[in-house]
Design a protein around this ligand. Structure first.
Ligand SMILES: [Zn+2]
Ligand SMILES: [Zn+2]
Length: 322
C-alpha cells in the first residue's frame, strides 16, 4: 500500500489541542442520518428522521464520520456552531452508492478554509476513490468541482484489511496491513477496515473502531445469508456496539411478488442472528427502509428487542456513549 502524500501543512491549533486533551476519554456516537436508499421527509417519519446514512463518532479527541448521506449536512452545520470544534474530519465511506454520498458536497467543513477532511473508502487503486468523487462533482452533475472546495481534503482508497492507527493530535493516522491477531486494545485509537462481499455489486467496507477497551463496528449495507456471513460475524466479534443494516421486514424480503432478496440488505432477523453469533453486547438497527413510518419502526424495535434484548433502532439524534 503506497503511503498517502498529504500536500498541505496545517498550523497546529494549541487551544484546540488543550481542549481535546481534557476529552480524550470520550467515545461518543451520534446518528445524523439513519435511512437507506433515499431520504424521506414526512410527518409520518418525523420521530425516526428521514436523512440517509451518517454516524459521527467522537473518540480520543478525533471526529470520525461514517458515511456521507444527507445526514452529514446537519452535522456540518452543527460543527460550525460548536465551541472548540476539531478542524479535522475523518470520513469513512462504506461504499460509494449515492445514498451514502448525497450529503458530502454540502458538508460545510469541506467548503470552509482552515479545515481538513480525510476521506477513506473502498477503491481498487490508490486514486480510485478520488476518481469516483471527481465523477460525482463533474459539471454535468454538480456546479462545483472537487478541487474548488476551500477546505483541504485528502482522499485515500482502501482495499480492506487495513489498520489505521491514530497517533499525535493533528496528525492523520498511519495505514498499515492488519495482522492476523486483532490489535491489542489500548489507549491508541484504531480503525480497522474489512471489505465484505455481502453487498452487490462491489461489496461494502465495514469498519471497526477500538479505543480504551471499547469497540464499535459499523456494518451497513450488508445482506446476510442463511446462517450469516462468516466474515462479517468474525469482524464484529465481541464488539460493544454493532451498527447493522436491517432495512427489511421478513415479509418484504420474502415477498412472492416484490421480493427484496439480492438487493443487498438484511432483515431484522438476519441482523439479530449476526449480532448473536458475533456475541456483541449491543445491536443498533440501521439503514431503515424509507417507506417504514414511525409506527412501523416502533413495531420493528419491539420485534428486535424480543429477539435480542440489548437492541434498538437508530433514530436521528440518537446518542450513545461507549
Ligand atoms: Zn445504502
Ligand atoms: Zn449500497
Amino acid at each position: 500500500m503506497a503511503p498517502v502524500v498529504y500536500s498541505f501543512i496545517f498550523p497546529v491549533n494549541l487551544l484546540y489541542m488543550a481542549a481535546m486533551a481534557t476529552r480524550t476519554n470520550e467515545f461518543k456516537v451520534r446518528f445524523w442520518g439513519v435511512r437507506g436508499s433515499y431520504p424521506t421527509a414526512s410527518a409520518a417519519t418525523r420521530a425516526i428522521g428521514g436523512d440517509t446514512s451518517c454516524v459521527e463518532v467522537n473518540v480520543a479527541g478525533r471526529r470520525l464520520i461514517f458515511d456521507a448521506g444527507t445526514g452529514i449536512i446537519a452535522l456540518g452545520k452543527a460543527i460550525g456552531r460548536r465551541a472548540a470544534a476539531a478542524a479535522d474530519s475523518y470520513i469513512f465511506l462504506s461504499h460509494t452508492h449515492i445514498d451514502h454520498l448525497m450529503g458530502l458536497f454540502f458538508y460545510e467543513p469541506l467548503l470552509s478554509a482552515g479545515t481538513r477532511s480525510f476521506i477513506y473508502g473502498p477503491g481498487r487503486s490508490a486514486s480510485a476513490l478520488r476518481q469516483t468523487l471527481r465523477q460525482l462533482s463533474h459539471s454535468n452533475l454538480f456546479p462545483i468541482s472537487l478541487d474548488e472546495f476551500k477546505g483541504k481534503s485528502a482522499i485515500h482508497s482502501l482495499r480492506g484489511g487495513e489498520t489505521l492507527r491514530f497517533g499525535a493530535p493533528g496528525k492523520p493516522p498511519t495505514i498499515g496491513k492488519s495482522t492476523a491477531a486483532r490489535p491489542s486494545v489500548n489507549r491508541q485509537l484504531i480503525v480497522e477496515s474489512h471489505k465484505s462481499p455481502a453487498h452487490p455489486r462491489d461489496g461494502v467496507m465495514l469498519y471497526r473502531v477500538s479505543y480504551a477497551g471499547k469497540t464499535l463496528v459499523y456494518a451497513t449495507d450488508v445482506e446476510q445469508q442463511p446462517g450469516g456471513y462468516a466474515d462479517v460475524i468474525e469482524f464484529a466479534r465481541g464488539a460493544d456496539l454493532l451498527i447493522h443494516d436491517a432495512q427489511y421486514l421478513h415479509g418484504e424480503y420474502h415477498s412472492k411478488t416484490k421480493s427484496k432478496q439480492g438487493w443487498g440488505h438484511s432483515t431484522v432477523e438476519m441482523a439479530v442472528e449476526a449480532a448473536a453469533k458475533a456475541e456483541v453486547k449491543q445491536l443498533v438497527l440501521y439503514h431503515h427502509e424509507p417507506q417504514h413510518d414511525d409506527p412501523a419502526m416502533k413495531r420493528i424495535e419491539k420485534l428486535s428487542k424480543k429477539l435480542f434484548a440489548n437492541s434498538m433502532i437508530a433514530y436521528q439524534g440518537l446518542e450513545l456513549k461507549l
